[in-house]
Structure formats: structure tokens, C-alpha cells
Design a protein around this ligand. Structure first.
Ligand code: ASP
Length: 578
């Protein structure tokens, strides 16, 4: 049916008879009988000059046979890759008609996302979606071959499983054969990949679909894809190395450039300098330590365990309403207040609080921050975690570049704490998952009875960050039953509960579990950043909306009573929502 693709036509092919297939992107009348027809396929557009095209409407599916020729001088279109040529002497065969499309397939026209998703099959025809899906396929291909090359074997793990401990809510599937029992859909293949290690697989990977019933955001869908990997007899360094190789291969497949050695930063340094465990290192505005500067201050608001600030070069022209807006935001993020100072000529500080600070404090402040005339200083004082958190968000608010700027800044964040907080029951909550090995230097600290003190214990877990997005996490695992039992004890998980939830893993560990470690990163997020998209929905063929529905298939949908009965289920009356 077809000899060439539309987007591949160029002056080199002038004189060639071609058969093209695709959709009518546009028809423009040209004189009484002639019309210009833009024909579109997945590679692009080409202009066809057609005699008697009255019957051809937008999105009709056609086959055009004609001859490639140069466009008449002065009519070339430099904005179109095929803009130097057109197809003449065209014969058009209509392969199928089409109703008028529900929206204009024009990159320059902003279309409501609900409309796009309801007719995703039409939306997929746009250049943007075609490009994004192909970027995605390239990334998947490159990841597979990079893992294969490194001796990893692809193992598929089941979708209908018992719950996994990734900390989110499970999606569940009722069992017909065991009424009243449920499968969980995997939040990740975590336990199975660890079982593969016990099973001697040595190096496992999978491009795995993971499902988590969490609120959706720009970078989160119910179901998402991860490159999931695990290896035996390896250290943290080796994991970072093989994942770096895979990442670099994926980036190279899309951009042509490899990734230089990915820098590492400890979790603590990331928090102190960027106020985040996923720092966006494309820009500065780092947090500066000012606690010492105000150690003996008489200013009440700065009598706090921690004072930090950021210097915004050239930010001194911020209007009062912008500063009020930043103050409101800081308070919403948990700050008691935000102190701003505009730096004037000669290092004078213009601020409502300047009069409460001593000359020595003001001078030390200018000195420590390196502030120059025209800058803006923003200071927060509070408990250390609160200060970091608020300034970290302010930093993003003030300096974060758009997704398409600043290149690809990868970063390994290492030495995460083992526990992220103390729960209501007084037990610490794991920062990663309960199978994460403590840092060898901090094992002794685990004997502490004070749950708060346990928050200082570091773990052998690590994250990969790209431009401020958490791409993925991993850890060295606990492979010894005795350490695992101790960990469950610390987490307040009783032996019975551990046995009920993870008994199969604990049993497996009694039969010769090798030391092992692994990692998983989100392919949707990586592809979105490589494609220059802010939202992962743009790189997923059939995503859900923010409210978790699919306007195309209308999922989720009710099921009939017969089906419910077969599953042994009865519905409660719907909860009232207002
Ligand atoms: N299973 C973890 C996750 O999905 C990753 C890992 O620890 O390998 O976040």
C-alpha cells in the first residue's frame, strides 16, 4: 500500500513516484478545483496538490499516489521538515471516512485534557504524543539491553499477590474461588525479587508495572512502570554503578549524549544545602547556615535551635506584595514567620526587623551570606527540620527553572535515615521499607530504647534524583533472619504479624539467602523529563485523570449484581460526599 513515509520526503527524492498513507490533516482550497492537502502519518506532514478534493475532509484516511516535486520558488515552508517539496499529480483513494475530529489536532491550540483523554485515539495522532510514545519505547529498549549486557535476567513476577510493604494503599482484587479473600495488585515486585535472590537468580530485572492506590499528581499515576532490579553478592556501590549504566543508556538512546558520572550527596547534606531529599541541582539559591550568627541574639524570633536563609541575587526589587505572598506561603508550609531583607548599597539591610538586630549581627549576616547590593535575603528560624523544609520549598518557588531548561542533573542521594518519623504507637516508621539494612556504622544505635534517638540511625538506602524529581529508590537488604526479626521488633511488628504478612520471605531466608541489594526507578518520570514534559500523563498512552478515572473507557465502572454475588460481595450504600 505504501512506499514511503510522509515525514521522510526531501528534495533528494524529487521525481520519485510515491504511495503514501495517512490522515488528512488539513485541506486548503487553491483555485476552483485544486486543493492543498496536508497528509499526516506518524513521521510528519507533507503537502499534496490534489485535483478535485472536495470530498476530502479532516481525518479521512487516505492513500495518495503521486510524484515528489520541488515546491515552486517562494512557496517553501521553512517551518515544515518536508517544506521544500510537495506531491504532485496526485491520485487519492479514500480508505475510510471520519467524523469531524472532537478537537483540532494542532500543537499550537490548547485543548482541554479531559477532551483529549476522552478521545485519546485521536490525540495520539498528534506529533507530541507520537514523539513521546516513541521516546518511551526507546527508553524501554535501551534499559532492557543495558541490563541484559550487564548480566541481568528478566523475570516476570505475578500481578495477583499478597500485599507488598511499600507503604501505600493496595489495590485489591476479590477472589471468586476463595470468597471473602482478596489478592493485592503489586505495589512493586519487592518480595519476589528478593525471593529470586534466594533462588540463585543472581541478577534480576523487570520492566515492572506497579500499582499504588494513592492520590494522583502530575508525577504520579495509580499504575506506573519501574525498572526494577536486584542483585546478589553486591555492595551499594555496585548497585549505583549498574543503575547508572542503564540510565546513561536510556538518556543516550533519546538525546545522543551519555551521562557523566552521577554525583553523590548524603541525605543530610541534601537537607542542609537544599532543604530537600530530592534536590533540584539545576540552580543555586542554596540554604545558608546562620544559627551561629544569631547565637546570642536579643531578637526573639531568632532565638531558635536553627536559623537558615537563602540569598536571592538581584531579588531586592521584589515588591511588598510579592514579599507578603512569600511570607503567606512560608507560613502555609509551616514556618512561624519569614524575615526578608533587601540589601542596599554599602551593605545596609532594609527590613522591618533590622532595628531588632545588632550592628555585629547585621555585619556577620552580610558577611556569611556574601550579600551584595540589590539582593534579597530570606530567613527562617525554628526547629531544624522545619527550617529546611520551608526554605527548601521557597527555594523552588523562587528559582526552579521550567522542565525544558537546565539540562539533566542526576544526583544520588545516599545514607538516608532508616526511620522517617515516630508513629502514633511510639514505634519508628521505616523511611524505605522494613527490609532495609542499617548503615554498618550505626548498627549499635539500634539498641536505643528512645524512639526519637532512632531517627539518627542511617540506612544503606539511596535515591536517584533528576532535576528535583525522585526517580527511584533502593537499598541493601537485610538477608539475615535475626537482624530482620530485630527490625520488626523495633517497628512494633509482632512475630505473628510478621509471619502473617511476610512469613514466606522469612521462611525463605532460613534456606540460604545471599546478601543482596537492589533498586527501582520510575520509567514514566524519566521519560517525561527526557521528553520535556511536566506531567507524566503526556508520556502514557492511556493515563487516568487526576481523579483516577479514565474518560475514554469510563473506568472505574459498576459491576452487575450477578458478578458481585459470584465474588461473594455485597455493596454498602454509597457514602455521601458534599
Ligand atoms: N521496591 C522499592 C520501590 O518500589 C525499590 C527497591 O527497594 O528496590 O520503591
Amino acid at each position: 500500500m505504501r512506499t514511503d513515509y510522509c515525514g521522510a520526503l526531501s528534495p533528494a527524492l524529487i521525481g520519485r513516484q510515491v504511495a503514501l498513507c495517512g490522515w488528512v490533516a488539513r485541506r486548503r482550497e487553491h483555485g476552483e478545483h485544486l486543493a492543498f492537502l496536508d497528509l499526516r502519518d506518524h513521521t510528519g506532514l507533507v503537502q499534496c496538490v490534489v485535483d478535485g478534493a472536495a470530498e476530502l475532509r479532516s481525518e479521512y484516511v487516505v492513500r495518495v499516489v503521486g510524484t515528489v516535486r520541488a515546491r515552486p520558488e517562494g512557496t517553501e515552508n521553512p517551518n515544515l521538515p518536508t517544506g521544500e517539496v510537495e506531491i504532485g499529480d496526485c491520485e487519492v483513494e479514500v480508505l475510510n471516512t471520519a467524523e469531524p475530529p472532537p478537537f483540532q489536532l494542532d500543537e499550537r491550540v490548547e485543548v482541554d485534557e479531559m477532551v483529549r483523554l476522552a478521545h485519546r485515539y485521536v490525540d495520539l495522532r498528534t506529533e507530541r504524543m507520537q514523539r513521546n510514545l516513541r521516546v518511551r519505547a526507546k527508553v524501554n529498549g535501551a534499559l532492557r539491553s543495558a541490563m541484559d549486557r550487564q548480566g541481568f535476567v528478566e523475570v516476570e513476577t505475578p500481578m495477583l499477590i499478597a500485599s507488598t510493604p511499600e507503604g501505600a494503599r493496595d489495590f485489591v482484587v476479590p477472589s471468586r474461588l476463595s470468597p471473602g479473600q482478596f489478592y493485592a495488585l503489586p505495589q512493586s515486585p519487592q518480595l519476589f525479587k528478593q525471593l529470586c535472590m534466594v533462588g540463585g537468580v543472581d541478577r534480576y530485572y523487570q520492566i515492572a508495572r506497579c500499582l499504588r492506590d494513592e492520590d494522583l499528581r502530575a508525577d504520579r499515576q495509580f499504575e506506573f512502570m519501574q525498572l526494577d532490579a536486584e542483585a546478589s553478592f553486591v555492595s551499594q556501590d555496585e548497585v549505583l554503578e549498574f543503575i547508572s549504566v542503564a540510565i546513561s543508556a536510556a538518556v543516550e538512546a533519546v538525546t545522543g549524549d551519555t551521562v557523566a558520572e552521577i554525583p553523590r550527596m548524603t541525605w543530610l547534606e541534601a537537607q542542609e544545602r537544599f532543604g530537600s531529599d530530592k534536590p533540584d541541582t539545576r540552580f543555586g539559591l542554596e540554604l545558608m547556615e546562620l544559627t551561629e550568627v544569631f547565637a546570642d541574639t536579643g531578637f526573639n524570633a531568632f532565638k531558635a535551635p536553627c536559623v537558615k536563609g537563602i540569598r536571592v541575587p538581584g531579588g531586592g526589587d521584589a515588591t511588598r506584595s510579592r514579599l507578603d505572598d512569600l511570607t503567606d506561603k512560608a507560613k502555609r508550609w509551616g514556618a512561624k514567620g519569614l524575615v526578608w531583607m533587601r540589601v542596599k548599597d554599602g551593605g545596609q539591610l532594609d527590613s522591618p526587623v533590622a532595628k531588632f538586630l545588632s550592628e555585629a549581627e547585621l555585619a556577620a549576616l552580610v558577611d556569611t551570606t556574601g550579600a551584595e547590593a540589590g539582593d534579597l535575603l530570606l530567613l527562617v528560624a525554628d526547629e531544624r527540620p522545619a527550617v529546611r523544609h520551608v526554605l527548601g520549598l521557597l527555594r523552588l518557588e523562587l528559582g526552579r527553572p521550567p522542565v525544558t531548561e537546565g539540562g539533566l542533573q542526576f544526583l544520588w542521594v545516599v545514607d538516608f535515615p532508616l526511620f522517617e518519623a515516630v508513629g502514633d504507637d511510639g514505634s519508628p516508621i521505616p523511611a524505605h521499607h522494613p527490609f532495609t539494612m542499617p548503615h554498618p556504622d550505626d548498627v549499635g544505635l539500634l539498641d536505643n530504647d528512645d524512639a526519637q534517638a532512632l531517627l539518627d540511625v542511617r540506612s544503606q538506602s539511596y535515591d536517584l534524583v533528576l532535576n528535583g524529581w525522585e526517580l527511584g529508590s533502593g537499598s541493601v537488604r537485610i538477608h539475615r533472619g535475626d537482624i530482620q526479626a530485630r527490625m520488626f521488633g523495633l517497628l512494633g511488628i509482632s512475630e505473628e504479624e510478621a509471619q502473617a504478612k511476610f512469613g514466606f520471605l522469612l521462611d525463605a531466608f532460613r534456606f540460604g539467602a545471599p546478601p543482596h541489594a537492589g533498586f527501582a526507578f520510575g520509567i514514566d518520570r524519566l521519560v517525561a523529563l527526557l521528553a520535556g514534559e511536566e506531567n507524566i500523563r503526556e508520556v502514557i498512552a492511556f493515563p487516568k485523570t487526576q481523579s483516577g478515572t479514565d474518560p475514554l473507557t469510563h473506568a472505574p465502572t459498576p459491576i452487575d449484581t450477578g458478578h458481585l454475588e459470584e465474588l461473594g460481595l455485597r455493596l454498602l450504600p454509597a457514602k455521601k460526599t458534599d
